[in-house]
Design a protein around this ligand. Structure first.
Ligand SMILES: Nc1ncnc2c1ncn2[C@@H]1O[C@H](COP(=O)(O)OP(=O)(O)O)[C@@H](O)[C@H]1O
Ligand SMILES: N[C@@H](CC(=O)OP(=O)(O)O)C(=O)O
Length: 437
């Protein structure tokens, strides 16, 4: 049975919704005009494409190349947003120079860390120490903007989710995280104070034992929002996006999309798993476990109802179309033409796990086994190193995986016509195929 709810709501604002001063001021309007009257936890991502920029800067620094122009551009981008927010605030609730000082000290620390990045250290560990700055910077600006435009109390807390040391995709330690989040955040929402807002960073974690920074995987802030909601037993989570809600396809790729007004956790988990990038795939499980509804709403049209994802039964849905680019088809054949056996599969799965390659589709025939994974050159090379002694391994990259959920013949014909399918697979509800585009 569900525990007594806390009345707390969680809002998550992603990169697009905090991409510049106008977007951050729009966020403040959403919270003021459409936000709850009770407590609210706001989880923010890095501004716009900041994470990509930090990835590039880090890579240059790690390899000893010049990154000064890119770092200066990133600094100017954040300072410009801070300046415009400061000018637009109706009644600065905080001294704007404090926010400037916050940004300045974050950039100082970032510069120091970049200068100390070196190939003698682990690439992935160093990546987390640098790329996590995106969320620290944006939350500083969002906090300043909210404190300067709302009448209620606003706090900024960098409560980090406890993880293991799997760099770039920290695995959550749920017990420790729950203890930490409850300890650091719950107390700020006293039952008699209605409106209180806390701003915190998404995407970032911290190794449980030694407090080094980790990240939860690209686009992991949706997941962060769900983790906070789970640990605080929130009433609901709303993720604010640049689309009207969860659609049956990405409107940037497919024309004539249809909005799902209401959809079950299970359907949504599957869509996210197959690659519907509007929701990070790990987001749904913690919410479903505690029956916390998830709303997907448009920050461009906040009064529109969006999509409600919760425990529900609904009639069959219109087919959903999902495109996942950057795929790699790997085929394994045993060198002695032996059948693919459980023993062989155990070795292949073990190596895939060791190389940190996740399987999106798999298929086997008598003497060969194929998997489709997200392409990552370093990881594929690692896999080849592990398996080439025992298997003949072939691979093709730059492929695209299409999935049609709740397919019918018309939807299959629509998507497959005129294409050469490198692999296809169907279950009762899902049709998938791989192509070179
Ligand atoms: N089924 C879908 N429904 C809605 N949007 C989708 C879907 N699949 C992919 N998208 C894409 O997801 C984008 C929003 O997610 P994302 O860019 O990760 O948001 P943010 O980073 O701002 O949190 C949309 O702009 C849209 O292009
Ligand atoms: N900033 C991180 C985490 C994140 O979730 O971002 P967004 O909410 O913009 O997808 C990234 O870009 O991966």
């Amino acid at each position: 049975m569900k525990d007594e709810g806390t009345g707390l709501q969680v809002y998550k604002f992603g990169g697009a919704s905090v991409k510049d001063a106008a977007a951050i001021l729009n966020l403040c309007r959403i919270v003021r005009d459409f936000g709850p009257s009770g407590p609210l936890l706001i989880v923010v991502s890095a501004m716009g494409k900041t994470t990509n920029a930090l990835e590039e800067i880090y890579d240059l620094a790690y390899h000893g190349r010049d990154y000064s122009a890119q770092l200066a551009a990133l600094k100017a981008y954040h300072e410009q947003a801070g300046k415009e927010i400061g000018q637009a605030l109706p009644h600065p609730g905080i001294d704007p120079s404090k926010s400037d000082a916050g940004l300045a000290s974050l950039f100082q620390e970032l510069s120091y860390r970049l200068a100390n990045s070196s190939p003698s250290k682990s690439y992935d560990e160093g990546y987390d120490q640098i790329v996590s700055f995106g969320e620290a910077l944006s939350s500083e600006l969002v906090y300043g903007a909210l404190a300067g435009s709302l009448d209620c109390e606003v706090y900024h807390r960098s409560t980090q989710i406890a993880t293991d040391s799997t760099w770039r995709e920290g695995k959550v330690d749920w017990q420790e995280t729950e203890k930490k989040i409850r300890g650091e955040i719950q107390g700020l929402f006293s039952p008699n104070d209605d409106a209180r807002i806390i701003v915190t960073e998404g995407f970032v974690g911290q190794v449980k034992d030694d407090h080094r920074t980790t990240t939860l995987g690209r686009e992991g802030s949706d997941y962060s929002a769900a983790i906070f909601a789970y640990c605080l037993n929130a009433e609901s989570v709303t993720i604010w996006k640049d689309v009207p809600g969860l659609l049956n396809a990405d409107p940037k790729i497919f024309p004539d999309t249809v909005l799902y007004p209401e959809i079950s956790y299970q359907e949504t988990i599957e869509m996210a798993f197959y690659g519907a990038s509007v929701i990070h795939p790990k987001t749904l499980k913690p919410l479903a476990e505690r029956h916390i509804p998830l709303r997907v709403k448009s920050f461009l049209d906040p009064s529109a109802p969006g999509t409600l994802i919760h425990d529900c039964q609904h009639p069959p849905l219109v087919p959903a179309f999902i495109r996942k680019a950057g795929q790699c088809l790997l085929s394994f054949e045993s060198k002695d033409f032996a059948f693919i056996s459980e023993e062989n599969l155990e070795v292949i799965f073990g190596a895939l796990a060791q190389a940190r390659l996740k399987i999106n589709v798999m298929q086997n025939s008598a003497i060969s086994f194929s998997v489709v994974v997200d392409y990552n050159e370093m990881r594929v090379q690692r896999l080849l190193g592990l398996l080439q002694g025992q298997f003949r391994v072939q691979y093709n990259s730059e492929l695209t995986l299409f999935t049609i959920k709740n397919y019918d013949q018309a939807s299959v014909d629509r998507l497959t016509s005129g294409r050469e399918l490198l692999l296809e697979q169907r279950t009762r509800s899902t049709f998938q195929f791989l192509v070179r585009e």
